[in-house]
Design a protein around this ligand. Structure first.
Ligand SMILES: Cc1cc2nc3c(=O)[nH]c(=O)nc-3n(C[C@H](O)[C@H](O)[C@H](O)COP(=O)(O)OP(=O)(O)OC[C@H]3O[C@@H](n4cnc5c(N)ncnc54)[C@H](O)[C@@H]3O)c2cc1C
Length: 317
């Protein structure tokens, strides 16, 4: 009866938001197929994670207590065994750093087509996915001519499931073939240093090239402090070495979906917008009334950031 098997994502002891997004996407696909949604959580504190994943719309949560933290070989084996047991039409995985590590290997082992970086999905006569191309300038529709598929969804494209359910939690014993485990996780290091994950922030204050020079970033930091927000940026700020890479929003940075995104001195190039268009409320401050960021902003201030930001700090402090 299973039709969708989703693989939850966790990192350093915490479930990631994309796990709830996988539930929303998985439920939609399971409804298209009139089937069940199963979600599996592999390694780490699986019991605690399973309780959180017991959302409305989930039929079964599988716990696979193998390995203590993310491990490529264990994930590949676990997803392969679960798929053999449940025979889902869709194996749904996150298009995250972890997902991109094990997803293609899973598809290869299962001998199923793989559609990556999916932003929309449905089952009609077959599986149909929406993907973006050319820096999000073009949307493409992919129809897959196969009954069973593997799919990786982009974070921030589906709303996160939130309602608590009374889901069956099934402890799934999987015998891992240790001779096929060739990797060991020895630790975790955030690229670019720092322990901030901008994709988890509720309020982001984001700075762009309008800030002119590195010393002026302090002004934006003051605003972030006053708002209890997290500081992020466009790519030139990172390319200049003014902020670490883990602060970059966009196509080659992180995808973020905060409640509020304040874009300061950011023009709104497609590669930037690709990473923040899912924000709930967008506020833009820019001297150029024709800056593309105003096309997607909910609130816009056409003025000099060096006048506006100190006024906002004074207001919020
Ligand atoms: C393959 C590829 C991947 C890329 N990936 C990313 C990515 O992940 N993230 C990303 O951000 N970019 C990315 N880019 C770069 C992207 O194309 C833009 O160059 C970049 O987003 C521009 O950054 P910006 O808006 O800060 O700067 P600019 O485009 O230079 O805009 C600065 C803005 O500040 C305004 N301004 C100037 N002075 C003031 C002032 N005093 N007060 C208020 N406003 C002022 C200007 O009017 C202007 O609109 C990528 C490009 C490529 C080719």
């Amino acid at each position: 009866m299973t039709s969708v098997l989703a693989i939850a994502e966790h990192r350093r002891g915490e479930l990631r938001d994309v796990s709830d997004e996988l539930i929303s996407a998985g439920r939609e696909l399971a409804d298209d197929l009139s089937g069940e949604l199963h979600i599996a959580v592999i390694s780490g504190q699986v019991e605690e994670f399973a309780r959180t994943l017991s959302r409305e719309g989930v039929d079964v949560v599988h716990t696979v207590a193998a390995g203590s933290e993310f491990n490529h070989d264990i994930y590949v084996q676990a997803v392969e065994r679960l798929t053999a047991e449940l025979d889902p039409s869709v194996v749904l995985m996150p298009n995250s750093v972890n997902g991109l590590d094990y997803g293609p290997a899973v598809a290869n082992r299962l001998d199923r087509p793989l559609v990556t970086d999916v932003v929309g999905a449905s089952f009609e006569d077959g599986f149909v996915a929406t993907r973006e191309m050319y820096g999000s300038k073009v949307e493409t529709t992919v129809e897959v001519d196969a009954e069973r598929v593997t799919v990786m969804i982009r974070g921030g494209e589906w709303p996160g499931a939130s309602g608590n359910g009374d889901t069956e939690i099934r402890e799934t014993e999987i015998e891992i073939d240790e001779s096929a485990v060739h990797t060991t996780v020895t630790g975790f290091e955030e690229v670019g240093g720092g322990d901030v994950d901008i994709s988890d922030a509720e309020v982001l204050v984001s700075v762009g090239r309008g800030i002119e020079e590195e010393a002026n970033i302090e002004l934006i930091e003051e605003l972030a402090d006053a708002l209890d927000a997290t500081l992020s940026s466009s790519r030139p700020i990172v390319d200049n070495g003014w902020l670490p890479k883990n602060r970059q929003v966009g196509q080659s940075g992180k995808t973020v979906t905060p409640e509020v995104y304040i874009a300061i001195g950011i023009s709104g190039a497609v590669q930037h917008v690709a990473g923040m268009k899912g924000s709930e409320t967008i506020v833009a401050i820019n001297t150029d009334p024709n800056a593309p960021i105003f096309d997607i902003a909910d609130y816009g201030i056409v003025d000099d950031l060096f006048d506006v930001v100190p006024a906002l700090i004074a207001e919020f402090e």
